[in-house]
Ligand binder design. Sequence first.
Ligand code: AOS
Ligand code: ZN
Ligand code: ZN
Length: 388
Amino acid sequence: MRSFADITDALAEQAIELPSWAFGNSGTRFRVFGQPGVPRTPEEKIADAAKVHEYTGLAPTVALHIPWDKVDDYAKLAAFAQDHGVALGTINSNTFQDDDYKFGSLTHVDERVRQKAIAHMHECIEIMTATGSRDLKIWLADGTNYPGQGDLRGRQDRLAASLAEVYAQLGDDQRLVLEYKFFEPAFYATDVPDWGTSYAHCVALGEKAFVCLDTGHHAPGTNIEFIVTQLLRLGRLGSFDFNSRFYADDDLIVGAADPFQLFRILYEVVRGGGYGKDSGVAFMLDQCHNIEPKIPGQIRSVLNVQEMTARALLVDTDELLAAEKAGDVLGANQLLMDAFYTDVRGDLAEWRAGRGLPADPMKEFLASGYLDQIAADRVGGDQAGWGA
Ligand code: AOS
Ligand code: ZN
Ligand code: ZN
């Protein structure tokens, strides 16, 4: 196993993008719970996200969701973010909250609706140009609830044609990332249900199209680290939406449900060359904090990713490959498990302190008074919420 000192350079490269919507109110279809101090504007969401970065050094960018984060001047919003020590990241499109999209967006049979969805994606690309963002993330709610409701083949053909129109507007340094989800809100057939479908569309589009892997979007028991390996091998893993799920797509705190799975995923990321600032793989969170406080929830999340990344980096890949080559089944497994079981929290705390960060980011943030301050300051107006 490698030592902690061996992995600090790699750890220093870690960057995790926060979703603006994690700071707004959220819930389930049964109830959205309000919390004191929740942001009312995109600027307040960015200010909260900046706190996560200030205390952890792990979260230098914030992803926006359009139209939830709609403003008149995006360059000004980017400057606001910069003043707070962060940058704007991925732009998330939204074609799932408009009556026009009841039967689909990029796949819709009605040319007017399909063109409306394409125009929205083009607007997102213009925003990316103003904010300096690299990635347009497309997640589609498109699909059907009943066999026969839609022509599966026709929907794929229209999807391909729509994506090509979107892709054509990308600048040289911009990318399209296509997220998949096996069900919900469509319950019979989702139009981008799996990595293979996303990959097939990306390959047809060209070199600036990549797959987004949301860890919550798989059937129970799916070997997600295998998908990671395959996509890295094929050069098409663009980004992660990290979260945890126990049942369906719960958007719970990453690493909460199954830290070992997160470790296995991160090991394959490291092994496959997907880790580090030049890898082209964006680490994002896609989470909601329905019942826990939001900024601490995000701090917990990025620390979970950091802890499992550290454990994954501890694996001595050469040693492991040698054991695998020798057919040493138990020895190879033990090498992986030894790294997984290593408690890195003390070393991480010391390393953080040595870099001018709080040894215990959660404790220092809670003691800072920021939560009381925003609860007192943010009175009046409408709190941001998932879907608004
Ligand atoms: C939906 O299930 C997806 O995970 C998307 O990434 C979505 O855009 C995000 O959750 C924000 O609503
Ligand atoms: Zn997602
Ligand atoms: Zn999701």
